[in-house]
Design a protein around this ligand. Sequence first.
Ligand code: DQA
Length: 154
Amino acid sequence: MQFKILAIHGPNLNMLGIREPDIYGSLSLDQINQQLLAEAENLGIVLDTFQSNHEGELVDCIQQSFGKVQGILINPAAYTHTSVALRDAISAVGIPTVEVHLSNIHKREAFRHHSYIAPIAIGQICGFGKDSYLLGLRALVTHLQAQERMEYSK
Ligand code: DQA
């Protein structure tokens, strides 16, 4: 099966490149998405991308992906630390999800150490800049392939 994956970017990530480049790097979101799309092609999967600054829009996007995508790669940005709604949406659709962050949230302010998403994600990758996204995409595809092999061998 050719996997379809949705990469979701949360609030303020549309400001990448301008926003605190010492923390988040100098690449724009568009450039990160281009790199993700190139990696998706290498991996033989289909990738869609979505960004919103609005919690409800992110919830709608996750709900609408039900039955349409096999995996979600998400940088929930500030909503990581606040949003029960995003976590519930991911749990509701039951789509395997990998959480990524450009910065190492565990090395930063205490309020960034807690993630509402991590306990319901397959895993979390943070601290590698834009490579967090690329590593996260590879990890998600590897997970989906392993899951598929398990299903076939049943
Ligand atoms: C972030 C880390 C969050 O704490 C922050 O609110 C962001 C970006 C990251 O990618 O490092 O907006 O998710």
